[in-house]
Design a protein around this ligand. Sequence first.
Ligand SMILES: [Zn+2]
Length: 346
Amino acid sequence: MINLRLPRTEAFARLEALSRERILILDGAMGTQIQSLGLSEEDYTGCGGGCACHIHSDKPQKGNNDLLILTQPEAIEEIHLRYARAGADIVETNTFSSTTIAQADYGMEDKVFELNREGARLARRAMDRAEAEDGRARFVAGAVGPTNRTASISPDVNDPGYRAVTFDDLRRAYGEQVRGLIAGGSDLILIETIFDTLNAKAAIFACFEAFAEHGARLPVMISGTITDASGRTLSGQTPTAFWYSVQHAQPFTVGLNCALGAAAMRPHLAELSAVADTRICAYPNAGLPNAFGQYDEGPEDTARQVADFAREGLVNVVGGCCGTTPEHIRAIAEAVRPFAPRKIPA
Ligand SMILES: [Zn+2]
């Protein structure tokens, strides 16, 4: 049940008030920062070879970035802190793939609740440190990724009716994730990089089930991703159709992230901004990836384009996705400072 009458959390009210004053800043990419650490399999599992650690799986863990919450917590806390110092008001937990569905690839399904709770806790610790340094309020957004399966499209071209995952599978998996994120002290829930609206609807449903148990409603941010040149999500929706599919949840923000750089995202953002009666959030990649899958756009380049969004009155929250660094976030925060947040249409 989507019960919009649940009392709102205290952070919800503070975020609403802040968002009337200025454009809020979200952090940048976690993956790029982790990559630069050059971690080995032993670093990922947290055992220096043959120790009796608590991570048990037959599968290799290198690349399981979420697991670093448990095995390299200081490194992850430090990345959150760097983003907060660069000017982020809101940082995302390192939990993009912390569902039983996504962790099945690594045989880590039984660690999911702990990943989310500890992921939120260590982001909160970093935010407390940043607040102590400069006195500015910081917020933790529990990050919920799309999983690697889609509920609306068959992965088998010979069997269009087949589904690798159902709405209920997703609702249960997201439910465990969101409960962990709330238990760890998340201030918001961010459902991001949505390519399948049905997956997102399952996540929204799971959020409200968890809010009902929690006895309070957290602000929810919903962020889709445009995956083709015609401006549609993978499940075929335009930004306008996407908004009408999620509007019932009265999200704190709706917006777009990933897939495109800022320039290519602009028309889709403008479309969303014209129809959505809530805040708009945009966090593009640092341009388009080059032939090696790396992002070349420098902090000033990305910041100039994101500042154009702000100048045109299109955005309330901005940040960065793939390829962005603390330097990008610092440049973005400075570039949008002169501009007022977008006015929410009545
Ligand atoms: Zn991205």
